[in-house]
Design a protein around this ligand. Sequence first.
Ligand SMILES: Nc1ncnc2c1ncn2[C@@H]1O[C@H](COP(=O)(O)OP(=O)(O)OP(=O)(O)O)[C@@H](O)[C@H]1O
Ligand SMILES: [Mg+2]
Length: 214
Amino acid sequence: MRTISIISQKGGAGKTTLAIHLAVAAMQSGLATLILDTDPQATASQWYQWRGGGEPDVIDCAAHALLARKVQQASELGAELVVIDTPPHADIMAREACRVADLVLIPCRPQAFDLAAIEATADLVRAADKPAFVLFMGGPPRAPAIYREARELIEGTDRLETRKVAVAPVMLTQRAAYHHSSGEGRTASEFEPTSKAAEEVATLWTWTRAQVDV
Ligand SMILES: Nc1ncnc2c1ncn2[C@@H]1O[C@H](COP(=O)(O)OP(=O)(O)OP(=O)(O)O)[C@@H](O)[C@H]1O
Ligand SMILES: [Mg+2]
């Protein structure tokens, strides 16, 4: 079993959107997949209710002390992939999610305030010493200069020098399909299978599964 943790200290970075899209893509490719919702806001659990249940299962785990045990139980019950959605501004839970992860993804909008806020998250990830990537979320679909600058800021040698984290070569851009589908308990690929958003998710999943070898 593999575990992917989605963390970002910044609120609204796209953690839950990324978690549910990855989990559904994994499920659609035949993997027994589970989302662990560690956010007291319970957004992923709300999505699961709107969905009316089914796969992928979403389990609450708001107590950081229980997280490792829940991951272990998921493995014993036959899960092949666990995706952990975490709350914003939650140091201890984010740390614990890093600790149990095989891969950490850090969604980030390619905007100045969000990029600056990555420093706190990057510190956490480096302390855990796990493979980690910043993944751009919600930026414009076609704006290579914005992504180039954002990437340079994160990977480059300026003020984040001591906090380098790699940037994923895949992203989910700003598309209504992500928002609309989530509000109906679905994902973009389920809602509009031929959309650009569905294409982005397919590319995201192909890259992600190769990172964790599932
Ligand atoms: N790529 C995108 N395109 C369009 N809308 C998006 C995208 N990513 C996220 N959103 C929207 O932005 C809002 C915040 O996203 P989301 O809830 O996934 O962030 P979060 O990091 O989980 O927030 P929190 O920190 O509160 O848990 C939601 O309304 C979501 O639908
Ligand atoms: Mg969330």
